[in-house]
Design a protein around this ligand. Structure first.
Ligand code: PMP
Length: 374
């Protein structure tokens, strides 16, 4: 069985599982407690874990807050910025192809009076930077644009976008959930204000992630209101006892993602190239959606004339696990493919490869009878 839905989630890495067990079985203390060994171990693991996440992003650990994942990180940033800076403005800019945790949060904020502009994308999945510039006005608080898209894999030029925002005094947030561990993220080079990531896309556990909250203009900690009222955890910005088993698992996944980044990136590019070559040679009319150069390695949105994507996914599900698109929007029409103006989104599948896939030829040979007969 080939699991090729790594953009939806990834299997837990065995090394991740083994570090998690200790914090479930013996070192179960509350990291905010003191005095006794279980708590001291949890507290030092929290510190160490924050450093591991920060190392992967090349930022200072004190700017990392643990959350339950990217959905929460995205909600926290958007809702928090609107609340904190409501005297400065009430306008946010995002795009039509963001993840639902951005789009639906924006809809929520709109119902409460925030103005939101949704940038269109071209057929490659890119926004128009001039449109972005023209939409920024005195009441614009923040621009939120994803680093890499979860359905088509297109990668934004976040460095340039961030520069455009900062030159105009506007904050910049990026949802980096899909690019982390796939392409280099260096927050010392790319100066941005907020970034969201999730553990389960890089071999870590589900239900844990982080948000980078960069310093303010004076270099001081930026204080964003907590989504939940309660204790003082996570620099008073995310109340609730930290799930240490998840956090140490996330940290181990980050450590491994950093160590294997270059090799995984190269391997994914090779696998993707081979897979595309086979499909193109054997399946006339096959089309790969979105920019095929500035993209997340290993993530492919493939349109195959004549197929029904749901039927295909079911037919091959005993041999290959793939999806029609985002797991967070299953059964719905894809807003991403719609924004790309793709004529027939029901003939589109998403394949997201693992770097350790050993036989891409066999995967193609299982798939081909289903897609070339139709
Ligand atoms: N943003 C993007 C781009 C994603 O792909 C996902 C996961 N599908 C999320 C946010 C939500 O992440 P989580 O599952 O950790 O809440």
């Amino acid at each position: 069985m080939y699991y090729l839905d790594h953009a939806a989630t990834t299997p837990l890495h065995p090394e991740v599982i083994s570090v998690m067990i200790k914090y479930l079985q013996t070192d179960y203390g509350n990291p905010s407690s003191k005095y006794y060994p279980q708590a001291m171990s949890a507290s030092s693991a929290l510190k160490e874990s924050r450093k591991c996440v920060a190392d992967l992003l090349n930022c200072d650990p004190e700017f990392i807050l643990f959350t339950s994942g990217s959905t929460e990180s995205n909600n926290f940033v958007l809702k928090g910025v609107v609340e904190k800076y409501r005297n400065k403005g009430n306008h946010i800019i995002t795009s039509k192809i963001e993840h639902k945790s951005i789009i639906e949060t924006c809809r929520h904020l709109e119902r409460l009076g925030t103005k939101v502009s949704y940038l269109s994308v071209n057929s490659e999945g890119h926004i128009d930077l001039n449109e972005l510039i023209s939409l920024i006005n005195e009441s614009t608080l923040m621009v939120s644009l994803m680093w890499g898209n979860n359905e088509i894999g297109v990668v934004n030029d976040v460095e340039q976008i961030s520069r455009i925002c900062h030159e105009r005094g506007v904050l910049f947030h990026t949802d980096a959930t899909q690019v982390v561990g796939k392409i280099e993220i260096d927050l010392k080079k790319t100066s941005l204000d907020f970034l969201s990531i999730s553990a389960h896309k890089i071999g870590g556990p589900k239900g844990v992630g982080a948000v980078f909250v960069g310093p303010d203009d004076l270099g001081l900690r930026r204080r964003i209101p907590s989504l939940m009222d309660g204790g003082d955890q996570e620099y008073k910005m995310r109340s609730g006892t930290q799930g240490m088993h998840n956090i140490v698992g996330f940290a181990k996944a980050c450590e491994m993602a950093k160590a294997n980044l270059k090799e995984n990136n190269m391997r994914l590019l090779q696998l993707e190239k081979k897979f595309k070559e086979i499909l193109v040679s054997k399946c006339p009319g096959v089309k790969f959606n979105g920019d095929q150069i500035n993209k997340i390695p290993g993530l492919l949105s493939i349109s195959i004339p004549g197929i029904n994507n749901e039927l295909l996914c079911k037919q091959i599900s005993n041999q290959i696990a793939i999806s029609t698109g985002s797991a967070c929007s299953i059964g719905e029409k894809s807003h991403v493919l719609e924004a790309l103006d793709l004529a027939d989104s029901t003939s589109t599948i998403r394949v997201s490869l693992p770097a350790d896939l050993d036989n891409v030829e066999e995967v193609a040979s299982i798939l081909l009878p289903y897609i070339s007969l139709s």
